[in-house]
Design a protein around this ligand. Structure first.
Ligand code: SIN
Length: 295
């Protein structure tokens, strides 16, 4: 259990925390005890065996976000990887939503940022598209061009560990509360579609069975059951808590690396420290299969 000086300790020692286990077909090297693992001995430019897919699935459930380096995938390989885990999810919200896909691949979105960019995607802590009724289960981000002098890292945080490290009284307070996730907060101001959804503040992951905090600074506008000022202060505390270094990590991209993350139990933050340099890649989502459920 992570003990933080001056704060109440968790009531239990991280139930269901990452277990170190053996894998037959891939190598899994944890980045931190609570989130992230680098996967080796795998070639995503080629079809995977059933056993490999099973092991990648087990690894993402255990670590929340996986990283694959030196995978020069094309659009077909990107989509094939997504389909091992579900259906592609078409981005909700934004201007001309459907037209933003790559020609012939509506579920693949190009991300290209350079000296002319006014903003980049994901510059605030969030889980992808949490403003959707059924948010995408996973995201698969492939980077082709990385800024030459470093920068453009992505941070990831464990929403499990953040929940587990709340005080018992805060856990009791949050139980049963819901929050509104508003696309107008996250999408660019020219968007013509702003989805909004209400989700429980504390959610149980449908596969791991672990509880987690499901509010994020980018999309969550307010907690529904309390007055606005109380909601604002509680959310501010939770946003700060989720982003603590104790359960977050920073991934340094290399060209042709892939990050594969579970939006049901992680949040991420794209650092725009590389202007005016270029960072460019392609992102896909795996469609969610159910609404986030109260724990
Ligand atoms: C995102 O949040 O959509 C993108 C993350 C990144 O570019 O690192």
């Amino acid at each position: 259990m992570t003990q933080i000086a001056g704060e109440a300790a968790s009531e239990v020692a991280s139930p269901g925390a990452t277990e170190i286990r053996a894998y037959d077909t891939i190598t899994v090297t944890p980045c931190t005890p609570h989130i992230g693992a680098e996967i080796g001995n795998i070639d995503l430019t080629r079809p995977l065996s059933n056993r490999q897919v099973e092991e990648v699935h087990d690894a993402i459930i255990a670590h929340g976000v996986l990283f694959f380096r030196n995978q020069k995938i094309d659009f077909e390989a990107h989509e094939r990887f997504v389909r091992y885990f579900g259906e592609p999810h078409i981005h909700v919200g934004g201007k001309g939503t459907a037209s933003k896909g790559v020609p012939g691949h509506p579920a693949i979105r190009k991300q290209y940022f350079d000296a002319n960019s006014k903003r980049v995607s994901g510059e605030e802590w969030h889980s992808d598209q949490s403003c959707a009724e059924i948010p995408p289960m996973y995201s698969v981000l492939y980077q082709e061009i990385i800024p030459p002098n470093g920068g453009g890292d992505t941070m990831f945080a464990s929403a499990y560990k953040a929940y587990e490290e709340l005080s018992p009284s805060m856990k009791t307070y949050l139980e049963g509360k819901t929050a509104t996730h508003d696309g107008a907060r996250g999408f660019d101001k020219n968007a013509d579609v702003y989805p909004t959804a209400v989700h429980p503040v504390v959610v149980r992951h449908p596969e791991s069975g672990r509880k987690l905090l499901f509010v994020n600074r980018e999309f969550t506008s307010h907690i529904n059951e309390v007055p606005p000022a109380e909601s604002r202060h509680v959310l501010e505390f939770l946003y700060e808590h989720i982003s603590r270094p104790h359960w977050s990590m920073r991934f340094r991209w290399t060209p042709h690396a892939i990050a594969f993350w579970d939006n049901r139990c992680t949040q991420h933050f794209a650092i725009w420290d590389y202007w005016p340099n270029v960072r460019s890649g392609y992102r896909m989502f795996v469609k969610g299969t159910e609404r986030p459920k109260a724990a």
